[in-house]
Design a protein around this ligand. Structure first.
Ligand SMILES: [Fe+2]
Length: 165
């Protein structure tokens, strides 16, 4: 008989902190807009962060998890801006390509902790990292259509949200 996955404290804490980190991520990318010429790209990354966070809101509600105040998360996100503000664009894209696969692993680890009915929402969270890495790879390759993975992600999640109404 298949055992029903039990929801652990670790799962709930991780879920909440990943939601909060995406809201922080949005503020971080918006904060970087002042430091790069690639403002449209950074704004798109910020929107993807927000959308990734939104995709797990139903899970926060389901488990009655209450995130920190948005203004506090914004301040926390902005505190990371200076760390990367001195990068040039290629350095920043290289950083994403090298660092974000680690986040991707963390998201897939969260999926493994989750009950099956939560997988769909969590997969949207995981997918945003796939899109960001693909975007950065395309930037490094000089692909003029580099924003496509981010646009596709935003479109897909909107369609998903409409389907649930
Ligand atoms: Fe993110």
């Amino acid at each position: 008989m298949a055992q029903k996955m039990r929801v652990t404290d670790k799962y709930l804490k991780t879920l909440l902190s990943y939601y909060e980190e995406e809201i922080e991520g949005e503020a971080y990318f918006y904060g970087l807009v002042d430091h790069f010429e690639e403002q449209d790209e950074l704004k798109m990354l910020a929107r993807v962060e927000r959308r990734a966070a939104e995709s797990v809101i139903p899970l926060l509600e389901k488990y009655k998890l209450v995130p920190r105040d948005e203004s506090e998360l914004k301040t926390r996100g902005e505190s990371h801006v200076q760390r990367h503000a001195a990068f040039d664009w290629i350095e920043f894209m290289t950083y994403i390509v090298n660092r974000y696969p680690g986040y991707l692993e963390e998201f897939t680890a969260l999926e493994r902790m989750a009950p099956e009915e939560d997988q769909y929402a969590l997969n949207s969270l995981t997918e945003h990292e796939v899109a960001a890495i693909e975007f950065a790879n395309r930037e490094l390759a000089g692909d003029p259509d580099s924003l496509a993975p981010l646009c596709d992600y935003l479109k897909k999640v909107v369609i998903c949200m409409h389907n649930t109404i």
